[in-house]
Design a protein around this ligand. Structure first.
Ligand SMILES: Cc1ncc(COP(=O)(O)O)c(C=O)c1O
Length: 248
């Protein structure tokens, strides 16, 4: 770890807070970091870990989730080696709102003598009190697996979900686009209570896209659509970085 990072007070508590407080200097975790270090995280973990890995020059391994979109503990176990310093589990994960097997991951980390970060960024103190969100059926949409909280990812087999997202954005909504499967997610908070019963804007957007197949919005749908289809993930990364550099 570079000296300036160690001295930077904001480093441990700011930037991508969730991630950078994952270790404790007092316990010597940061002194373990060196060029060869790696962290192993489920594919569903937040992109903040990519950012942290780049900042601190830690190799990042993303491990595919299992069929229920939960961290695959066995696959993570098989990837642990002497360079592994940290594994991560989310409660719930950013994309689909699904909780990983925290106890199993904790035991794995404990027995492997490595750090374990439980990402409670979305769950926080709310999690113990949260009830699952009941979204009424919109027949053109499917919900990605079984969300554990109020974060719900949904996609479609009949319409372009990213076009739906663009239309929602034009109405002031901020939903996130996801891949594998192509979907978008909403994190429902107190602010949504007045609209949560009918999700009218969503229903309308679905109907608009259904009645106008093909690119309609002039928004980000083509970018997300292309990124979802490209098998070369390095190319996807470069495409998205170039896009952000050009547009942000
Ligand atoms: C589950 C999860 N982890 C990590 C983060 C990153 O948060 P921060 O940038 O504050 O570290 C987020 C942000 O939305 C998140 O939802």
């Amino acid at each position: 770890m570079k000296d300036e990072k160690r001295k930077d007070v904001s480093w441990q508590g700011k930037c991508s807070d969730t991630v950078y407080i994952a270790g404790s200097e007092a316990e010597g975790h940061f002194s373990l970091i060196n060029e060869a270090c790696s962290m192993i995280i489920p594919e569903s973990a937040h992109s903040a870990y990519d950012k942290a890995a780049q900042y601190f020059n830690i190799k990042l391994w993303r491990i595919p989730v299992n069929k229920d979109f939960i961290a695959d503990v066995g696959a993570i176990r098989r990837c642990i080696n002497r360079n592994t310093i940290l594994i991560v589990g989310s409660t719930p994960g950013f994309p689909h709102g699904i909780i990983d097997s925290i106890e199993e991951l904790g035991e794995l980390a404990f027995s492997s003598e490595i750090c374990f970060h439980v990402d409670l960024c979305l769950g926080g103190f709310v999690l113990p009190f949260a009830r699952k969100l009941g979204i009424k059926d919109i027949s053109e949409l499917f919900i990605v697996e079984r969300p554990d909280m109020t974060i719900v990812a949904f996609g479609s087999n009949v319409i372009d979900i990213f076009e739906v997202n663009d239309i929602l954005s034009s109405k002031g909504w901020h939903l996130n686009a996801l891949q594998r499967p192509n979907s978008i997610h909403i994190c429902v908070t107190l602010q949504h209570v007045p609209v949560v019963e009918d999700f009218k804007d969503l229903r309308d957007a679905v109907q608009t896209v259904k009645q106008n197949p093909g690119p309609i919005s002039g928004g980000l749908a083509p970018i997300y659509g292309a990124a979802g289809k490209m098998p070369d993930r390095v190319m996807v990364q470069e495409l998205l970085v170039d896009f952000m550099d050009a547009s942000c």
